[in-house]
Design a binder for this molecule. Structure first.
Ligand SMILES: Nc1ncnc2c1ncn2[C@@H]1O[C@H](COP(=O)(O)OP(=O)(O)OP(=O)(O)O)[C@@H](O)[C@H]1O
Length: 277
C-alpha cells in the first residue's frame, strides 16, 4: 500500500468559544494516496473542521494530523475568497505568480472553460466564482485537493461537467481528493473511499466497495440476527428490514441484497428503532 496522504492520530478540535464542545474527538485515520474520498455526515458533524485541519488552516487542540504542506495542497471551501476587482485572466495570472514552479495554465483553463478572461470577479455569479476557484486550485497541481461542499451553488449540469473535469484531472495525475458534500448522487460513482463523520467522530472509514460488500440488507420474518451487527432495523407488522454488518454468511429465511451507498449511509445515520433519540 502507498503511504497515506493524510494521517491523523487521536485528533481532537475544540473551538475557542466559551462552552463550545468538541467539534472533533479521537479521530484516527490514514487516507491512502490517489483516492477520491467522500467526507459525509450530518450538519455540524465536523467535516469542515476535519478538512480545515488537513489544510493547515486550523490547529488541533489535541492529537496530530499530517498532510502535504500548503504549497502541495489546494483547498476550496463554499465561500471562495477571490479578489472582486481583478478580472478572470488577472486572477489566473496571480495564481501563476503565487505558484511559479507548479502552475499549469492548461489545467486551469480546462476548468474556467467559458468564463470570459476580461470579466471582473465581482460581476461573476456564485457558480462562475466556483469555477474560477476550482481552476485556481487545479492550476496549482496539488497532490491533495480538499473540497468543502464546493459545488453547492452550481446548477446540476455545470456540477456534472465540472465534477467530470475535476475527476479526470485527478485520475490523470494521481491527485488525492477529499470532498465533503450532502449530495449523495454527486459522490456515488465518483468517490472510491468513504469517511463518515458523526458527532465529531469517524463512524466509517474505508474503500466504498469493501464497506458495501461487508454489509447486507435483509428483509423477512422477525428473528434474532446474531452474530451479525445490526446497524439499522425496522419492523412493519411481522416483517423485518435490517442492515447488518456481516459476521460470516447470512443464513436464515431472509431475502438479502448488497446495500447502495445511500442505504448504507442512511442506516448508519438513523437512530435505531427503539433506541433513545
Ligand atoms: N469557527 C467556529 N467557532 C466555534 N464553533 C465552530 C466553528 N466552526 C464550527 N464550529 C462548531 O464545530 C462543530 C462542527 O462544525 P463543522 O463546521 O466542522 O461541521 P460540518 O460537518 O462541516 O457541518 P455542515 O455540514 O453543516 O457544514 C459544530 O458544532 C459547529 O457549531
Amino acid at each position: 500500500m502507498t503511504d497515506p496522504v493524510i494521517e491523523a492520530d487521536g485528533l481532537g478540535m475544540r473551538y475557542r468559544r466559551r462552552g463550545g464542545g468538541w467539534a472533533l474527538k479521537d479521530c484516527t485515520l490514514a487516507l491512502p494516496a490517489g483516492r477520491v474520498v467522500a467526507v459525509v455526515g450530518p450538519n455540524g458533524a465536523g467535516k469542515s473542521t476535519l478538512l480545515g485541519l488537513a489544510a493547515g488552516l486550523l490547529r488541533p487542540t489535541e492529537g496530530r494530523i499530517t498532510a502535504p504542506t500548503r504549497d502541495r495542497l489546494a483547498y476550496v471551501a463554499q465561500d471562495k475568497p477571490l479578489y472582486g476587482q481583478l478580472t478572470v485572466a488577472e486572477t489566473l495570472r496571480l495564481g501563476h505568480e503565487l505558484n511559479p514552479d507548479r502552475w499549469d495554465p492548461a489545467a486551469a483553463e480546462r476548468i474556467t472553460g467559458p468564463l470570459p478572461g476580461n470579466a471582473r470577479v465581482r460581476t461573476l455569479s456564485g457558480g462562475q466564482r466556483t469555477r474560477l476557484a476550482l481552476a485556481l486550485a487545479l492550476g496549482k497541481r496539488p497532490e491533495l485537493l480538499l473540497l468543502d461542499e464546493p459545488m453547492a451553488d452550481l446548477d446540476p449540469l455545470a456540477r456534472r461537467e465540472l465534477m467530470g473535469a475535476l475527476l479526470a484531472d485527478a485520475a490523470e495525475r494521481g491527485t488525492t481528493v477529499a470532498m465533503s458534500s450532502h449530495i449523495l448522487t454527486e459522490l456515488e460513482g465518483s468517490c472510491d473511499h468513504l469517511l463518515l463523520v458523526q458527532d465529531g467522530r469517524i463512524r466509517l472509514d474505508g474503500a466504498i466497495d469493501d464497506l458495501l460488500a461487508a454489509h447486507t440488507l435483509l428483509t423477512g420474518p422477525i428473528a434474532d440476527l446474531a452474530p451479525h451487527t445490526v446497524v439499522d432495523s425496522r419492523t412493519t407488522g411481522r416483517q423485518l428490514t435490517a442492515l447488518v454488518r456481516r459476521e460470516g454468511p447470512v443464513e436464515g429465511p431472509w431475502e438479502t441484497a448488497e446495500p447502495s451507498l445511500e442505504e448504507l449511509l442512511l442506516a448508519h445515520l438513523r437512530p435505531t428503532e427503539g433506541a433513545p433519540a
